[in-house]
Design a protein around this ligand. Structure first.
Ligand code: NAP
Length: 317
């Protein structure tokens, strides 16, 4: 188990991504994936109020509704559920009034009394940050939210948020959710990990499998014959450089009897401040690789090999 930053949230070090629920996984498939994840020891679920509003016929909130129905049916003990605000079509942005209304709507869909971890999904620079920080702080003070977190924020804006929260005495963020994986490293390593280290925040990376590329199932940038809506976003990494990363993962994973996916998640877990990579599964068959990724420990030499093969160039000062 791993502690998220300075919070009291002790979690299994792999978070199940919820954006497939109500999209590429229907209600039954979602229930089966959630059951398999929890049966395998998982206890940390990531969603957002906007998932999956981009699907024709959906309006947002489908993922939270499925998770809420599953929670009501299974009543699992000790689960940590994270959700996010700012992108739901009916609750856009981070004004104080919107944050409050969106949180109440999420609580209703999830059927819980408080949200364990509540993210500002994307920065909203049209609202003074003092107002947003105050709104999140009020949710914690009122017991609707246990812990605050931020996603897709720049390091400077995270610092500003921390300063305001400290100055005004409201709850400070405990986690950051950035886009981070073996083929998307530089921005996070350059600016986000240092700010997480500075404030003792836990990193919860998303796109941990690069939308499926880091499972090794895309060996060409061509997506002919691929039916997944994630195929184009994943296959674009299948360049010579990307495939060298896959080859290294395959070789290192083989020494542990682990898949490429599990090995790539284990690399991410080994990075400074990372507490739990987020990865989604569309089917029950995909879940064991995610669980294995939470348990596999790589040697320092293996991590170094993966660092080298996925090397990036730091920006010039
Ligand atoms: N904060 C943000 O702005 C933000 C943005 C994006 C995502 N997220 C969060 O991060 C989560 C993960 O993102 P993501 O699902 O887009 O990307 P991901 O975790 O990088 O990729 C997951 C996809 O890889 C494939 N996969 C998973 N396990 C596999 C296995 N064992 N073998 C073969 N293929 C496998 C599945 O896609 P197929 O269906 O194609 O097989 C699965 O949906 C989301 O659910 C969401 O909770 C947050």
């Amino acid at each position: 188990m791993t502690r998220i930053g300075t919070s009291d949230l002790d979690i299994f070090p792999l978070s199940l991504g919820g954006n497939v629920f109500g999209w590429t996984a229907d209600r039954d498939a979602s229930f089966a994936v959630l059951d398999a994840f929890v049966d395998g020891g998982g206890d940390f679920i990531d969603t957002a109020d906007s998932y999956s509003s981009w699907v024709p016929g959906n309006s947002g909130g489908e993922s939270e509704t499925i998770i809420g129905e599953w929670l009501a049916s299974r009543k699992p003990a000790g689960l940590t559920v994270a959700t996010k605000v700012s992108q739901h079509p009916d609750f856009r942005g981070l004004s104080a009034g919107n944050v409050r209304k969106a949180a109440e709507a999420s609580l209703g869909r999830l059927g819980v009394e408080s949200i364990d971890l509540y993210y500002a999904h994307f920065d909203d620079q049209s609202v003074p940050l003092e107002e947003t920080v105050g709104a999140f702080g009020q949710l914690v003070a009122d017991g609707l939210v246990r812990h605050v977190a931020v996603s897709n924020y720049s390091a400077d804006r995270i610092r500003e948020w921390m300063d305001i929260a400290r100055r005004t005495g409201v709850a400070q963020p405990v986690a950051i959710q950035p886009h981070y994986n073996l083929v998307h490293r530089n921005e996070v390593e350059e600016s986000i990990i240092p700010v997480a280290e500075e404030f003792g925040l836990g990193l919860v990376p998303y796109y941990s499998l690069a939308s499926g590329f880091l499972t090794g199932k895309y060996r060409s940038v061509e997506t002919d014959g691929q039916t997944s809506p994630r195929a184009a976003g994943a296959a674009k990494y299948a360049t010579d450089a990307g495939l060298r990363v896959i080859d290294a993962l395959e070789e290192i994973g083989a020494a542990h009897g682990a898949s490429i996916a599990a090995t790539s998640l284990a690399w991410l877990r080994a990075q400074p401040t990372v507490v739990a990579p987020i990865a989604s599964a569309r089917t029950v068959e995909q879940v064991p690789d995610l669980l294995a990724g939470a348990r596999l420990e790589l040697g320092a030499d293996e991590i170094e090999t993966l660092n080298r093969v996925s090397e990036w160039t730091p920006a010039q000062a």
